[in-house]
Structures are given as structure tokens and as C-alpha cells.
Design a protein around this ligand. Structure first.
Ligand code: IMP
Length: 357
């Protein structure tokens, strides 16, 4: 298994973490390529529960290098909390690497995410409010702060000031928020920098070295195809490209480095946040599946919307990502339910057509 991309084939929460965890045992490197701590997955091992938002779950396999690629947006508080948690449980972190080019979520990104959703009112996207959108917006505007900036106080302070300047108006309601003070923000982020310095690396070169040496690399995606900023149900999407093609840009490899693309899909469908969901079951059956499947967000605890498996969406995901493999999860949740249904076509924007099986 040389270069394998793992992506979500639905709206996220398909159980990608479990598949990555299984494959990671035999991999040399696992690298995340997009998203941030809007994602989350839980691994249960020896009766112990492990929750991850940023660090690939492969970290539990000694000998597997785990990298956070340049395409990821990192909240350094969340990252250092995860590092502390793993260290506290005696996990060896010597195989962890963080791209020097990854962008950082700053306190103002969190405030702007909250404010943006509040302003939209009923039309809100239902973001995880982790600052993901505003951070990617700054990246595109070339106002982002990157991991490497944490290593130089002067550069860091200058860049934070430059990034905050055009946001003065929208940040005015938070003028007195202590976390927005330039000096203390700079100091806090320098501290994060010191804490993660030993892990900062050129993760693209690292990935090339493993691939060129005949090693196995897993490119770990987050969220799901229908949440992709270009190909998903825009504007009810996340702010990054989550499709398999994004693994190349987000990790720093070429298309020829990818040998297999694994899609992960649940045997039914779920969605968190707003946006179209043609097979949604807004009834007792939907609630029963939610309870049976424990369909509550790992990151926000929000109840997930539940529906039947949507084969129209899944076919789309299979083509869009050129899937070579499909892993179907949570089949057991449907045990005892009948008749089971799958959506095979859409009649109009509001109607889906179903088959029984
Ligand atoms: P954001 O990524 O926090 O900006 O949220 C944008 C949309 O993507 C919202 O509908 C979120 O609920 C959804 N979303 C983001 N990350 C995940 C995830 O890991 N699983 C499921 N939905 C997600």
C-alpha cells in the first residue's frame, strides 16, 4: 500500500478515523491534509477512549510517523492540549511532525466565526465555530499566520498586527476582549511556538522521502465530499477542499503519488449543521437511528441529522474522488430495522426516490 488517500464520501462523520487507525498499523506515515479541529474522531482501544481533533490517530501505533500537513489549519491551544493529553497517557510523540507552512487559527478567527454565524441568524451555516472559515479566508487573502512565524517574535507581532488591521471594524464589538491584545496574543503564540518547536518540519519533503523509499503513506482527510467548498452543497460547506484531489496540495505531493483512494460511507447518512439533505428522516425512526448510532458530534456534541443512505450522493462522491475502495461503516446500527431504504434518484429539488432492500 504505497500512497492511500482516505476521504469521507458523505457529509463527514463516516468513521474515517477507524479506517485510518486500522491501516495505520502497517503505514510508515499518516499525514492530515486539510481541515482543522472542526473534525474529531474517537478511537476505543483496550477500554480506553481516545479523542483526536488534529493529531492523526496513527500516533497510537509506535513507529508510525504522524504529520499535520500544510493544508491543515491549526489551533495551537487545541494542539498543545492534545499533546499534553497523549503525553499524560504515556504515548511516545517522537514521531509527530507539524508542517512549518500550516496556518494558525488565531483568537480573532474564533470571534469572527461566532459573529458571522450570529449575523446570519436563521440562514446560518451551523459552523463548528472553531474559526476554520476566517482562518482559511486569511490564508487566501495572504494575511495568514503560519507555524513558522511562531519562531520569530518580531515577525509574529508584525504579521498579527497586519492581519488584524483590516478587521478593525468587524472586531470593534470585541475591542476590550483580552485575547485580542496584540502584545499578549504575541506572547501566548510565542509560548505555543516554543512548545511545538521540536515537531516543526518540512512535511512535504518528509512525505517524498517515505514514498521514494518505497514506504507506505496514508493521506488522512477530514469532513466529507458533500462539505467540499467547491463540490459540496455550497454555501453549506466547510472552507477547504476535502476531496481526494486536495491531498496533493494539502500534503505537497503530485497526483502520481496516489495509488488508492478509499471512500468511507456510513450505511445510512448523517449531516451536522444546515443545508440540503434529501434523504433526511425527521421523525421517530430518524431519532431511533441517531440514538442507536450515537450520532452526536465528537467536536461540538450537536445532535446529527439522520437519513437513509443516498446513493445519488455516493455515486457522485465515487466519481469525483475516483474511489478505488469503499469502506461502509455502522451497518450494525441498522440491525432489527426494516424495511431498509436507499435513495436511488432525485425527482426534483425536494423529492428523493427510494428502493427497499
Ligand atoms: P466549519 O468547518 O466549522 O466552518 O463548518 C462548516 C460546516 O461543515 C458545518 O455544517 C459543520 O457542521 C460542517 N462540519 C465541519 N467539520 C465537520 C466534521 O468533522 N463532521 C461533520 N460536519 C462537519
Amino acid at each position: 500500500m504505497p500512497g492511500i488517500v482516505i476521504i469521507g464520501a458523505q457529509w463527514g462523520d463516516e468513521g474515517k478515523g477507524k479506517i485510518v487507525d486500522l491501516l495505520a498499523e502497517h503505514a510508515d506515515l499518516v499525514i492530515r491534509f486539510q481541515g482543522g479541529n472542526n473534525a474529531g474522531h474517537t478511537i476505543v482501544r483496550a477500554d480506553e477512549k481516545w479523542k483526536f481533533h488534529l493529531i492523526p490517530s496513527g500516533i497510537l501505533h509506535p513507529g508510525t510517523i504522524c504529520a499535520i500537513g500544510n493544508g491543515v489549519v491549526i489551533d495551537p491551544k487545541v494542539l498543545t492540549d492534545e499533546i499534553d493529553g497523549l503525553r499524560g497517557k504515556g504515548i511516545d510523540l517522537s514521531g509527530m511532525r507539524i508542517s512549518a507552512n500550516a496556518h494558525l487559527i488565531m483568537p480573532y478567527h474564533l470571534l469572527l466565526d461566532h459573529a458571522g454565524e450570529a449575523k446570519l441568524g436563521k440562514l446560518q451555516i451551523g459552523t463548528t465555530r472553531r474559526g476554520i472559515g476566517p482562518c482559511y479566508a486569511d490564508k487566501a487573502a495572504r494575511l495568514g499566520i503560519r507555524v513558522q512565524d511562531l519562531l520569530d517574535e518580531k515577525i509574529l507581532k508584525k504579521k498579527i498586527a497586519a492581519a488584524m488591521d483590516p478587521k478593525r471594524l468587524s472586531l470593534r464589538p470585541y475591542a476590550k476582549a483580552p485575547e485580542l491584545d496584540l502584545q499578549s496574543m504575541t506572547e501566548d503564540y510565542l509560548t505555543y511556538g516554543h512548545r511545538i518547536e521540536q515537531y516543526i518540519a518540512d512535511t512535504a519533503r518528509l512525505t517524498w522521502d517515505v514514498l521514494d523509499g518505497g514506504g507506505d503513506v496514508i493521506f488522512e482527510g477530514a469532513q466529507g465530499t458533500l462539505l467540499d467548498i467547491d463540490h459540496g452543497t455550497y454555501p453549506f460547506v466547510t472552507s477547504s477542499n476535502v476531496v481526494a484531489g486536495s491531498a496533493c496540495a494539502g500534503a505537497g505531493v503530485g497526483p502520481k503519488d496516489i495509488d488508492e483512494v478509499w471512500g468511507v460511507a456510513k450505511a445510512y447518512a448523517t449531516r451536522v449543521g444546515s443545508g440540503p439533505f434529501p434523504t433526511e428522516l425527521d421523525d421517530d425512526l430518524g431519532r431511533a437511528i441517531r440514538e442507536a448510532g450515537g450520532e452526536y458530534g465528537t467536536t461540538t456534541g450537536r445532535a446529527r441529522r439522520v437519513g437513509w443512505l443516498d446513493l445519488v450522493a455516493l455515486r457522485y462522491a465515487a466519481r469525483l474522488n475516483t474511489l478505488t475502495h469503499l469502506a461502509v461503516t455502522k451497518l450494525d446500527v441498522l440491525s432489527g430495522l426494516g424495511p431498509l431504504r436507499v435513495c436511488t434518484s432525485y425527482h426534483s429539488t425536494n423529492e428523493a426516490s427510494f428502493d427497499h432492500f
